[in-house]
Write a protein that binds this ligand. Structure first.
Ligand code: G16
Length: 560
């Protein structure tokens, strides 16, 4: 590092002092904390993003959001050149950078890391970082910190892409690195065109069944509502009503949004009794999660939740159907490759009934720890990898190899049997690969795919919900003195530390028919999460409660 670079860093670091006594870690989805203490962290992640861009010689993304967290929180995460999450190999450096005590410490860390990673500094180097933020009031000042961080590495440019959903920024990074157009309009056009293509391929008889049907979307009072309002203008054949747009005075994620709906299993604020039976969807604060639901009766706020597991199952059914049509070798002229590897990826939160359902379909079901970064990585092992967390975060990945094969197959079919069922199946799969965000889980693209598939299958939300019966489950949070005291293994299903805790969880679980329970430290909130499922709701509630009491006894403040 030359003197000029050192001088710039020394000067800029001093403008973003690190708060005393705060230790942050790059958790499930980047750094998250109360927004008031985040300036120095965001500034330093700006530096990291510029270094990542120098290292990869590609465009990098930096998103300012705390997604489902309360409005006073904020956070920052980095999108790698593929549009996926920052490589896990750089996470320890992110932690070290965020927690460096002063400018000298920071410069030493950067110099050592740059040496190890072979990153050169200087005016002849160039780096580019796309910046995005959600609608949180703290976003603007944190954006300023991010820009300063990027600019403090010589030759680096920060480009402000404005207020975006998290998946939009990831999509833009991916597209830019593929040499494609990256404006918001390009994103909307890609989604609406591929949605239109799927709708055009629906048999007319099926389509008519859901023609007049409307969808009501809970926008979590966040950025997703604003963007869906724009996207809606380009969509044909879909009636969408948006509630909780943030314009009616509601607070971001406050008793609204996908996280609330999925955890509480009650209707979000802003939905009156007149929505009974109507198909509803809920986005989270930065629109990377999606769940569906319908209100069961006018007299109660209880909903029938159609969560990420059921979205995964619906997508799987559709993809399998298209693959099996494609593989029907009706014409002897065409040699079909039967060996498409289709895999699904879940976490320990997946409802046991969903895993049974998927296995009964003969599918390979893989498990990873919580966090799309893990699921995404695993899903990329397949020709078509479908991953979803129960909380509604997920997508479908198509390998480049499979897409090349599919393009070629489609051309072949177009010349020998244009308009055949087989060619339609190929076209549908190609449209899905363009509609569904290949970079990260995206509530808006997921919603359009759900809507297209329900129309294709002539399926109501009630029918969809009935594809299997969820086992009753309950999730709780426990505040503890130090959540890092919990260490887990086996895709987070077994507690290794503190010792003795797993044994008591096992003993509690054994008391219930179809009982299953696990605990894990959250990577986005300062809590331990408890999950329990059992054959009845009462049993799942009791099991969750008793496990939470043990967590509190082992680690908590002793308040329970
Ligand atoms: C993030 C991650 C998700 C994860 C969720 C909760 O979602 O992207 O993969 O499931 O946090 O994580 P934890 O249980 O560790 O707090 P989001 O929507 O908040 O970005």
């Amino acid at each position: 590092m030359d003197e000029e670079q050192r001088k710039i860093l020394l000067e800029s670091v001093s403008r973003f002092p690190r708060p005393q006594g705060v230790k942050l870690s790059y958790g499930t989805a980047g750094f998250r904390a109360d927004a008031s203490i985040l300036s120095s962290t965001v500034f330093r992640v700006g530096i990291l993003s510029a270094l990542r861009s120098l290292k990869t010689q590609s465009v990098i993304g930096l998103m300012i959001t705390a997604s489902h967290n309360q409005v006073s929180d904020n956070g920052v995460k980095v999108a790698d050149p593929s549009g996926g999450m920052l490589t896990q190999e750089w996470e320890p450096f992110a932690d070290a950078l965020a927690n460096a005590v002063d400018a000298e410490d920071l410069i030493r860390l950067i110099t050592d890391f740059a040496k190890k990673e072979n990153i050169s500094f200087g005016a002849d180097q160039s780096a580019q970082v796309l910046l995005g933020r959600d609608t949180r009031p703290s976003g603007e000042s944190l954006l300023h910190a991010a820009k300063q961080g990027v600019n403090s590495i010589v030759g680096s440019v920060a480009i402000d892409m404005g207020v975006l959903t998290t998946p939009q920024l990831h999509w833009m990074v991916r597209s830019r690195n593929k040499g494609m157009k990256v404006s918001e309009l390009d994103y909307f056009e890609q989604l609406s065109n591929s949605f239109g293509c799927l709708i055009d391929l629906i048999p007319q008889e099926t389509m008519l069944q859901l023609m007049d049907d409307k969808l009501i979307v809970d926008g979590a009072n966040g950025v997703g509502a604003e963007k869906l309002e724009e996207l809606k203008k380009l969509l044909k054949g879909l009636v969408i009503q948006i509630h909780n747009s943030g314009k009616e005075g509601g607070v971001l994620n406050d008793r609204v949004g996908a996280d609330y709906v999925q955890k509480e299993k009650i209707v979000p604020c802003g939905f009156g009794p007149n929505v009974v039976g109507i198909r509803c969807a809920s986005l989270d604060g930065d629109a990377d999660r999606l769940v569906y639901f319908h209100l069961l009766s006018e007299s109660s706020n209880k909903i029938d939740l159609v969560d990420g597991d059921k979205i995964l199952s619906l997508f799987t059914l559709f993809i399998r159907e298209q693959l099996s049509i494609l593989n029907k070798n009706e014409s002897e002229n065409i040699n079909y490759d039967q060996s498409v590897r289709l895999g699904v990826v879940q976490t320990a939160y997946a409802n046991g009934a969903s895993t049974d359902f998927l296995k009964q379909l003969g599918l390979e079901v893989a498990f990873t720890p919580t966090g799309v970064k893990y699921l995404h990585e695993k899903a990329a092992d397949y020709d078509i990898g479908i991953y979803f967390e129960a909380n509604g975060h997920g997508t479908i990945l198509f390998s480049e190899h499979f897409l090349c094969w599919l393009e070629a197959k489609n051309s072949e079919l177009a010349s020998v049997s244009k308009g055949s069922e087989q060619q339609k199946a190929a076209l549908r799969l190609l449209a899905v690969s363009k509609l569904i965000n290949q970079a990260v889980g995206d509530a808006l693209s997921g919603l359009l795919l759900v809507e297209a598939i329900l129309r294709h299958m002539g399926m109501s939300i009630q029918k969809w919900s009935e594809i299997y019966q969820d086992l009753p489950s309950r999730q709780l949070k426990v505040k503890v003195a130090d959540r890092t005291a919990v260490i887990t293994t086996n895709a987070e299903t077994v507690v290794v530390k503190p010792s003795g805790l797993q044994e008591v969880i096992d003993a509690e679980t054994a008391k219930y028919a179809r009982g299953r329970s696990f605990i894990r430290p959250s990577g986005t909130e300062d809590v331990i999460r408890v999950y329990a499922e059992a054959s009845t709701q009462e049993a799942a509630d009791e099991l969750a409660k008793s496990v939470a009491l043990h967590v509190d006894r082992f680690l908590g403040f002793g308040s329970s």
